[in-house]
Ligand binder design. Structure first.
Ligand code: GDP
Length: 436
């Protein structure tokens, strides 16, 4: 519970072992006791006390830790409601933290990201934003603009000082510097998207090439299979795996497994279909055999995609290598593996990192944008920077230039939530689960 009446309501339903005046109870303490409904004991609980303003929402708060179980929890909840509490809307606790000024919008949105994180790296990025790193960067950029704005205001208010020229070059320098920083943030979005959504990966190859063995080898390496997502139909299960902290979203893992019983092989058409929706295609071939007609079709599918050519079963006597004419036509580089013996998987993972430029950035230290709303606002700000340049080129008066500069400030302010309107706020918080 959070709000002014928290302790009043708590008092009606909670019988602590040692009753103390609420004034005497310090924040960040716990009390042991029972939840009572008209003398009937509902559960033995621990209650944490948080006193305003030192709480998540900055209001008086308490948390009731019960033994759990649906019925007990529901009865405690009903008791709270009966005694004057109202059910929190999705994200309402975080929304209050925002509206009361304890966190900015960017941090509030990061709470959603942390809750919904599918990989450790995504969680870390979320936590970093939660700690305010991105907010700080945005604030610094804004300050850079404001510093120049001060000079502009002076020039407008005291036109007798002839500072126009200085200000123009000052403005242009500031715009360049700000733009550089914003472009860097904008570019980080691609990586952010990968971290957040995973690289959609299709494994294709003719029957017996080793798809299913590769899938198993990859899944075995991953200590934390995060989730199995059921698609619209049963046979489009996708699985998340973490490779060096980068989530791969393996498409159609059910199809690959099913293909094991000879009846339901994945046909070329299906492979093409899956490959089309993928960010990355892993095409796997049996290196112990010459390329078949079907293999050539698979090569063809891989040709126009971001793809990796795997030559599997190198533990047998390989007859295929990177010198094969047909393969050479498509890729100069192949990776030789043995899915059955776990050989070559590291090389495969490195190649994935290379293909998506994930090696170049140190994901742990880089600020990364993962939220489309933030990205759009940054793009908008970059656009507005160019508007300012144009007004300067067109020799517009300073007060007009100032208006355009304020647009940039507004875009940035929207990211941290200084100027956002209520609808957007409601939309953002509706993405939360209940009671967060
Ligand atoms: P899929 O039909 O493409 O899924 O192929 P599977 O993964 O079912 O593999 C077909 C056969 O090749 C199975 O008998 C595997 O044990 C075997 N196989 C897969 N990878 C290797 C490998 O690296 N070396 C050897 N010797 N056999 C393999």
């Amino acid at each position: 519970m959070s709000g002014k009446k928290t302790f009043e309501i708590l008092d009606k339903i909670f019988e602590p072992k040692n009753r103390e005046d609420i004034e005497k109870i310090k924040g960040y303490t716990m009390k042991y006791g029972h939840i009572l409904d008209n003398k009937e004991i509902i559960d033995e609980v621990l209650v944490s006390y948080f006193k305003a303003p030192k709480s998540y929402t900055t209001e008086d708060m308490c948390e009731i830790n019960s033994h759990g179980g649906n019925i007990v929890v529901r009865r405690i909840l009903e008791l709270c409601l009966k005694n004057g509490a109202k059910l929190a809307e999705p994200g309402e606790f975080t929304k209050r933290a925002f509206l009361n000024g304890r966190i900015d919008l960017l941090q509030a949105e990061s709470v959603i990201d942390v809750i919904n994180a599918k990989s450790e790296r995504e969680m870390k990025t979320g936590i970093k934003q939660l700690e305010g790193f991105l907010s700080k960067e945005i604030k610094e950029i804004k300050q850079e603009i404001l510093d120049v704005m001060v000079n502009i205001e002076v020039a407008i208010d005291y036109p007798e000082y002839d500072v126009d020229d200085v200000t123009n070059s000052q403005i242009l320098n500031m715009l360049d510097s700000v733009e550089k920083k914003l472009i860097k943030l904008e570019k980080s979005f691609d990586n952010g998207k990968i971290i957040k959504e995973g690289i959609k990966t299709a494994i294709i190859g003719r029957p017996n090439a080793g798809k299913s063995s590769l899938l198993n080898a990859i899944l075995k390496e991953d200590r934390a299979i995060v989730t199995e997502i059921e698609g619209t139909t049963r046979d489009t299960i996708e699985e998340f795996v973490n490779i060096n902290g980068i989530p791969l979203k393996l498409i159609d893992t059910a199809g690959i497994r099913k293909a094991k019983d000879e009846v339901e092989r994945i046909g070329i058409e299906k492979s093409r279909e899956i490959a089309n929706t993928a960010d990355l295609v892993i095409a796997i071939f049996d290196a112990s055999k010459e390329l078949s007609e079907e293999d050539l079709e698979i090569l063809n599918i891989a040709k126009n995609k971001k793809s990796i050519i795997l030559l599997n079963k190198i533990d047998l006597n390989p007859v295929l290598d990177e010198n094969n004419e047909k393969i050479k036509e498509i890729r100069s580089k192949v990776i030789k593996i043995s899915a059955l013996n776990n050989i070559g998987l590291d090389e495969l993972y490195n190649e994935i990192m290379n293909l998506f430029n994930l090696n170049q950035i140190n994901l742990d230290n880089e600020l990364i944008i993962t939220n489309v709303r933030h990205k759009n606002l940054i793009c908008e700000a970059i656009k507005n920077i160019n508007e300012v340049r144009e007004t300067i080129n067109n020799n517009m008066p300073l007060d007009i230039i100032a208006i355009y500069i304020k647009n940039i400030l507004e875009d940035l302010g929207n990211i941290t939530g200084e100027f956002v309107d209520e609808d957007i706020i409601n939309e953002i918080f509706a993405k939360f689960c209940l009671g967060k």
